[in-house]
Design a protein around this ligand. Sequence first.
Ligand SMILES: Cc1cc2nc3c(=O)[nH]c(=O)nc-3n(C[C@H](O)[C@H](O)[C@H](O)COP(=O)(O)OP(=O)(O)OC[C@H]3O[C@@H](n4cnc5c(N)ncnc54)[C@H](O)[C@@H]3O)c2cc1C
Length: 389
Amino acid sequence: MLDYVDLEADLSEEERLVRDTAREFVDEEVRPTIGDHFEAGTFPEDLIAEMGDLGFYAPNIDHEATANLGERAYGLVMQELEAGDSGVRSMASVQGALVMYPIHAFGSAAQRERWLPDLAAGSAVGCFGLTEPDHGSNPSAMETRAERSDDGEGYVLNGSKTWITNAPIADVALVWAKDRSAEGDPVRGFLVKTDREGITTNHIDGKLSMRASVTGEIGLNDCYVPESAVLPDVSGMKGPLACLTQARYGIAWGAVGAARDCFEAAREYATDREQFGGPIARFQLQQEKLAEMATQITTAQLLAYRLADLKERGDLRPQQVSMAKRNNVAMWRDAARTARETLGGNGITTDHSPMRHLANVETVYTYEGTHDIHTLILGEDLTGIAAFE
Ligand SMILES: Cc1cc2nc3c(=O)[nH]c(=O)nc-3n(C[C@H](O)[C@H](O)[C@H](O)COP(=O)(O)OP(=O)(O)OC[C@H]3O[C@@H](n4cnc5c(N)ncnc54)[C@H](O)[C@@H]3O)c2cc1C
């Protein structure tokens, strides 16, 4: 397995164990059926509770219901899950970084007690509703709104969200909406149980990327929620943006895993496949591809490791996460395409992973801030001039 600069040597016993557990889970539970799920457009839902048992949901959150791991161990879990499939890593990221993290960071004691144990165990599924049909890269322009209910004891939500991972199978949706009853219409987070009246979650069909993942829309039509559904400790866009920083950190690691999986598939194929009287790995053109992939994967991995150290000591800035998400996902996109090339015609089937990873990366390149948006975030950080509008 590619680890060109021996990062393994610096892992603690616990980190190695966690990494190996995730790797074994992927080998035994994900690889055998993921191609079929990808073709069928289904998520292996039987794995949701097992992933909970293994502690894959928000293990970096300090809570009695979670695995309480460090940031590097958490990153290694994301790396191994995405080596299996982005749908599996997305399941863990949404549940952990986008639902459990905000409940832990911004929720009330009652909300933490109600949701964290169930979400950590995978006996409940959460989703994160930020994107809207007309507002993707600019979520601060969202139209979903919350207004005080007539009895003054809750809110009435109206609006729609789209492209929401897990919405159709979620028990609870964290919906971000503008609070029209507060001055300045601040964005607030609402924990909406999906069996409430006034909320619908429709499946989005026809995806050609991230097929082994459930994606849907959320419709809110005079959906009443009690005051206790509001995350009390955050107001404004910093709420959803803080969640995205957590998830993007996981993606920076996950991208390394998916790219590594592409590389390993290409290396194995190149050494086995014979053309012109010997293995294609003897051709300089093929070696150049492997050398380039290995180099880019290694440098992306070093960036992820550095982020873990910064995050662990509380020094990680969102812009640094943007750099890693942007770089590592683009690196994976190139690696997946190159690996697919090496596999020739066989490379376009679900019998091999590169084409599936190549299809998946189109989603990861776009969600959690598109590549362009992360470029602009870096541009602003480097020059002090925002170029978003
Ligand atoms: C499979 C999948 C799962 C998803 N899961 C979730 C989820 O769980 N929760 C959630 O809230 N969202 C989710 N998303 C939505 C995702 O975050 C959005 O698709 C993403 O933010 C981009 O928004 P958009 O698709 O509306 O594209 P747009 O914002 O319309 O962008 C279109 C193009 O314009 C470019 N662009 C936009 N603004 C600028 C600018 N200022 N300068 C230069 N170029 C610009 C973009 O980079 C992009 O290339 C998911 C998406 C997918 C595909």
